[in-house]
Design a protein around this ligand. Structure first.
Ligand SMILES: Cc1cc2nc3c(=O)[nH]c(=O)nc-3n(C[C@H](O)[C@H](O)[C@H](O)COP(=O)(O)OP(=O)(O)OC[C@H]3O[C@@H](n4cnc5c(N)ncnc54)[C@H](O)[C@@H]3O)c2cc1C
Length: 338
């Protein structure tokens, strides 16, 4: 076991936590973390503050530059895993290199969801997931006066706060499907709208959407909720969905995310999934459930690593929440600070 090659796909909170746990558990094992991100691991919740300029790039990195050497974890950046061969236990990277593994933790996180009815406008809608996205937001937003935010997920509130702090005019088109598959009930929508207005945003409902067109001046005309808006930029915030499209034909069982048991095992020996990409059986709702959030990802990364090295630790659902579905709480409490 000590000489095994452990590979973790993803350098987000789940991947990082898994890598550290592996190192702490097996001093001599080879631990490699692969990420398609160009930047070193960063704190995602600080990205809206990169947009507002409240924090600088150096503040978003949780690991010092010598962290990787100190812990003897090999970090491969800007390397995308294209497929995994589970018969021969190797990964195929985008640049055609193959990489063998004895144990694998998949921690590929989520990607911004854009609902079907907005799909044809995908190229002009701004989302926020990576540090690169945040830098692009920061540059582009400096050129516009007004922004339309469509959605209502957790990130949209932090981004709206950032935009308002920069003096931008924000129209917020609230939709009940932002946290799909949950739906906001009327009380939550009212409370959300009240909080946004107190901060200085204008709120409308995202209904009766007729389309978006680009004007010769470079800004956009959006017809929604019975009115036509002119805005410089449009952000879409409908939550994250597991970023698992590349695994569709790999032999893993994929639904919304990678289906795993309570031990985060995928059904294949020595292959685990953790964080936002894992869909875990939830005994209370009797269904598989994707739980999004930083603390959850850290906890699941640790559990996957412990189980990979022979422990038997069950994943537990989080205690804090503001939403519930069928009396089951969903940990989304972090947006309450808006
Ligand atoms: C802007 C923003 C603000 C947020 N704020 C909060 C907050 O305040 N509180 C909170 O609890 N949560 C917050 N979240 C959610 C939280 O960041 C996520 O739940 C958490 O990052 C999930 O961790 P993860 O490790 O599962 O995945 P991620 O952090 O998404 O990391 C996934 C990793 O996998 C890599 N990857 C994906 N596919 C491949 C591939 N094919 N090959 C190689 N690498 C790949 C990515 O490059 C990345 O390194 C926020 C998210 C965002 C985007």
């Amino acid at each position: 076991m000590a000489e095994d090659k452990f590979v973790i796909i993803g350098s987000g909170p789940a991947g990082l936590s898994a890598a550290l746990t592996l190192r702490q558990s097996l001093a001599d094992a080879a631990v490699t973390v692969i990420t398609k991100d160009v930047s070193p691991p960063y704190r995602p919740h600080l990205l809206p503050k990169i947009i507002s300029g409240e924090v600088e790039e150096k503040d978003i990195y949780p690991c010092s530059s010598n962290f990787w050497n100190e812990h003897r974890i090999f970090l491969r950046r800007a390397q995308e895993v294209k497929t995994i061969d589970f018969d021969k236990n190797f990964l195929l990277l985008e640049h055609r290199e193959t990489l063998k593994f004895d144990g694998l933790i998949i921690a590929v996180g989520g990607t911004p969801r854009v609902p079907e009815r907005l799909g044809s406008f995908r190229q002009i809608l701004w989302t926020l997931k990576t540090f690169k996205d945040a830098k692009s937001w920061r540059q582009y937003v400096a050129k516009v006066e007004s922004v339309l935010i469509i959605g209502g997920d957790l990130t949209s509130l932090a981004v709206t706060r950032a935009l308002l702090s920069l003096g931008k005019q924000v129209t917020f088109a609230i939709t009940r499907e932002a946290l799909w598959p949950l739906r906001y009930d009327a009380d939550v929508v009212e409370e959300l709208s009240r909080r946004l207005q107190v901060r200085g945003a204008r709120t409308i409902f995202f209904d009766n959407f007729k389309g978006i067109s680009r004007r010769p001046e470079g800004d956009y005309e959006v017809t929604v909720s019975g009115e036509t808006l002119r805005v410089g930029m449009i952000g879409a915030f409908f939550g994250l969905v597991p970023d698992v499209a590349f695994l569709t034909r790999s032999g893993l069982t994929i639904d919304r995310g990678i289906l795993v048991d309570e031990y985060l095992n995928t059904g294949l020996e020595n292959v685990y999934a953790a964080g936002d990409c894992a869909q875990i059986y939830h005994p209370q709702i009797k269904d598989y459930w994707v739980s999004i959030g930083f603390d959850n990802a850290v906890a699941l990364g640790r559990i996957a690593a412990l189980n990979l090295v022979g422990c038997s630790v069950k994943a537990e659902t989080s205690a804090e929440s503001i939403f519930d579905r069928d009396d089951v709480n969903v940990n989304t409490s972090w947006w309450l600070s808006f």
